[in-house]
Ligand binder design. Structure first.
Ligand code: FMN
Length: 137
């Protein structure tokens, strides 16, 4: 059974550019090993994450993520069984002024959720849009 989880949260400390990049890459490698697909964005102290994969693997990882003291205020937007995944890989990004074009990133991410059912797509798109909109970019 495939499962998808999406949440936003707030970092408990200020990460340096190198610090956050190292963590994002480390987690991405682990997700690749676990065959978990999705997305992890970090922007100005906030995280936006989508985890998609085998249900028990995703649930176990999410359990460990929820107890991770590096973030707090986790708001789960979605958690549901899915018939098929929609992401091709695991993508991580530190969003900050100058390193991306806003319309491009929104259209790319909306493209990645295309395979999901329309209701889920809409939920994720709405959250993603407001996540990006509330950041001063
Ligand atoms: C916002 C946030 C997102 C995380 N996302 C992932 C993730 O996608 N994959 C992962 O392996 N660990 C992630 N972690 C780290 C886990 O909470 C945990 O530390 C890690 O999986 C432990 O891996 P290890 O037992 O191999 O050291 C995340 C932590 C935070 C704070």
């Amino acid at each position: 059974m495939q499962h998808a989880i999406c949440y936003i949260s707030t970092a408990t400390k200020d990460f340096t550019e190198t610090g956050i990049r190292e963590l994002l890459n480390k987690w991405k490698e682990k997700n690749n090993r676990l065959n978990i697909k999705g997305l992890l964005l970090y922007s100005q102290g906030h995280f936006f994450q989508v985890l998609e994969g085998e249900k028990t693997t995703v649930m176990e990882l999410f359990n460990s993520i929820t107890t991770d003291s590096r973030h707090t205020g986790i708001i789960q937007i979605m958690g549901k069984d899915i018939t098929r995944g929609s992401f091709d890989d695991y993508r991580v990004e530190h969003l900050k002024e100058g390193n991306f074009s806003r319309p491009k990133i929104i259209s790319e991410y909306c493209e990645s959720v295309k395979g999901m059912d329309p209701e889920t797509q809409q939920q994720i798109k709405t959250m993603l849009q407001s996540f990006i909109d509330t950041q001063v970019l």
